[in-house]
Design a protein around this ligand. Structure first.
Ligand code: SF4
Ligand code: SF4
Length: 401
């Protein structure tokens, strides 16, 4: 094709996107030698025509077309882990989204959650003063001097009726372990992780600064989180927005950040928690991308499940480093996807093939996405979703077994 024809195909906004992507990820883009490994491991391959390799090729050449795929990536990290050139492919998608958002070229369904984040500090459009309602009802003390752990609950754990069940189970388990913990009440804001990966860097920074100020006042030595996205934001993204993994469990300062399942596993090992009641069920565990691939937490949830009497753990074909994705990351939880074309649908299929009656997980977005897929296929009787905390709490309650 003659160069004049090529030029005609480059629309002005797309040229800006291409230039920005090249500026931000220029060195990385040059290193891509188009091997196609990323496309081969992308979980979308079984559902739709989507190629991260082609996305990179188009981003390099500046031709039109790559904007169509900009919102498909769910930042699951399967590609980055396998790329022989260690290219942070999810970050390339983030860069494109940022520019598209600035020119209002984003899915309309993103406007409400991102606007709500800026206005009330949570993506669900709920009032700030209702954040602590469940915690007050559960008589969780406010974090303060002399309290060991700050329990930072995800917005979805604070506001979503289904995920409040997980919050209550977490509190039940922490109490059974004799842990000293408190909640921030209405002072906390969304961690901002999904806003960042959806391209809204401004909303992410607003959330980061609000939470940093709160942490600065509270000065916690230990923060326990309920969502892998909060974990990733605090451990990695607040200091390095591109989210390269740290292995010391700390963000800036002396605070240690852990997902609650990590504390549960430790408490079982030390004997502080003794699950005795039988939970007679075939359970498979779905590794949330931001707990497993991004933060390397694979063993703790399995150790907890293995300690529950009667529970039979069955692995899915894809698990641990190779796990599939629920489809909620990267703002996917706010993008509409038709029944039968959702990434959660693939997980449901694998869980049933493994003979599971319950999919356990440790992320409120995974809970939402998986339950939505199960509901869309009318499989509520065959397959349930439970968090690791809910199963553990059940096994700690007095009763038969
Ligand atoms: S796996 Fe890496 S090198 Fe290969 S096409 Fe994808 S980005 Fe390029
Ligand atoms: S991060 Fe996941 S969804 Fe996005 S391109 Fe890579 S493999 Fe595909």
């Amino acid at each position: 094709m003659a160069s004049a024809e090529v030029s005609l195909k480059i629309a002005a906004p797309m040229l800006e996107v291409a230039q920005t992507v090249r500026e931000q990820g220029g060195e990385q883009l040059k290193e891509c030698y188009q091997c196609g490994t990323c496309t081969a491991v992308c979980p979308w391959g079984d559902l739709r025509s989507f190629s991260p390799r082609r996305f990179i090729e188009l981003a390099r050449t500046g031709l039109e077309g790559f904007e169509n795929d900009a919102w498909t990536c769910v930042t699951c990290k399967r590609c980055w882990d396998r790329c022989p050139q260690d290219i942070n492919i999810p970050q390339l998608f983030q860069s494109v989204r940022r520019i598209l958002l600035e020119s209002n070229s984003n899915p309309r369904t993103l406007n409400q959650p991102l606007g709500s984040l800026r206005a009330v500090g949570n993506p669900w459009g709920e009032p700030i003063e209702k954040r602590e309602t469940w915690a007050r009802q559960a008589e969780v003390p406010v974090y303060g001097p002399g309290v060991e752990h700050l329990l930072f609950t995800c917005c979805t754990n604070d506001y979503d009726a289904r995920n409040k069940l997980d919050s209550r189970a977490i509190v039940e388990v922490l109490r059974a372990a004799g842990a000293s913990f408190g909640h921030l009440g209405n002072d906390q804001r969304c961690c901002g992780d999904l806003a960042y990966t959806a391209g809204d860097t401004g909303a992410f920074e607003q959330m980061r600064e609000a939470n940093r100020a709160t942490f600065g006042r509270a000065r916690p030595g230990s923060v326990l989180v309920t969502s892998p996205h909060c974990l990733h934001a605090f451990r990695n993204r607040y200091d390095d927005p591109e989210g390269r993994r740290r292995d010391d469990g700390n963000g800036r300062g002396e605070t240690r950040y852990r997902h609650v399942v990590e504390l549960f596993a430790e408490a079982i090992k030390s004997g502080a928690l003794r699950p005795t009641r039988k939970v007679t069920r075939k359970v498979t565990y779905h590794d949330p991308c931001y707990l497993g691939r991004y933060n390397g937490v694979y063993d703790a949830p399995r150790e907890v499940l293995a300690a529950i009497p009667g529970l039979e753990l069955r692995e899915m074909a894809h698990h641990r480093e190779a796990s599939l994705c629920c489809g909620g990351g990267g703002g996917g939880v706010w993008v509409e996807t038709a029944k039968g074309e959702r990434l959660g649908d693939l997980l449901i299929r694998e869980a049933l093939a493994a003979g599971a009656e319950t999919i356990a997980t440790a992320c409120p977005f995974c809970v939402q996405m998986l339950e939505s897929s199960i509901l869309s296929f009318g499989l509520e009787e065959q397959l349930k979703v439970a968090t690791v905390a809910e199963l553990l709490a059940e096994s700690l309650r007095p009763g038969e077994g």
